[in-house]
Design a protein around this ligand. Structure first.
Ligand code: IMP
Ligand code: MG
Length: 178
């Protein structure tokens, strides 16, 4: 264990099981279609890699970048969306893939941004949900786990760009980011 970590909340095995259940559900929900998975960089990259491989359909994989955090552990409330969208979203079945739904500010901004392009459908998938932290009204269509109101890292989630490579999800000791 690393010194800054508090406790493991979701083990590698629990994540693997849940992610494959989510992929199986999408395989059923999107049968006969070819959904476009849009991962929100950078935190979703590991989740998306595993999720995509558990969906038994031909998927198109894209990324957008969005950030509201900088190097702080508190949301600044302003969202920067990468403007280099060089792919067609009109009439596509889009699933937006995020690591964690916290205040909801990032996903609400992305949802509205993508909706403007006129997709056939738009659903939101998040590995983790912190419902107690919501500042704007938004619900995900696919949720991996509900998580406690703690700052967490691992499996793509970072603190100041570190810990993304942990194969499990752990909480950070409050003194590590205060
Ligand atoms: P929101 O806009 O507040 O919902 O924040 C979403 C983004 O904040 C996520 O994509 C994460 O990058 C980041 N975030 C929120 N909570 C955590 C956390 O506990 N650990 C690491 N990153 C987090
Ligand atoms: Mg993120």
């Amino acid at each position: 264990m690393f010194d800054d970590l508090n406790e493991v909340l979701f083990t590698e095995e629990a994540i693997r099981k849940r992610v494959s259940e989510m992929g199986a559900q999408m395989t059923v929900d999107y049968a006969g279609r070819s959904p476009m998975l849009i991962g929100v960089l950078k935190g979703s990259f590991i989740f998306l890699a595993d999720l995509a491989r558990s969906i038994g359909l031909s998927c198109e994989i894209r990324f957008v970048s969005a950030s509201s955090y900088g190097f702080s552990s508190f949301s600044s409330g302003s969202v920067k969306i990468g403007k280099d969208i060089d792919f067609e979203m009109k009439d596509r079945d889009i699933i937006l893939i995020e690591d964690i739904l916290d205040t909801g500010v990032t996903l609400a901004a992305l949802r509205d941004f993508i909706a403007w392009y006129g997709p056939a459908s738009l659903k939101i998938c998040t590995l983790l949900d912190k419902p107690s932290h919501r500042k704007v009204q938004i619900d995900a269509d696919y949720i991996g786990f509900e998580c406690p109101d703690e700052f967490i890292v691992g499996y793509g989630l970072d603190y100041a760009e570190r810990y993304r490579n942990l194969p499990y999800i752990a909480s950070l000791k409050p003194e590590a980011y205060s």
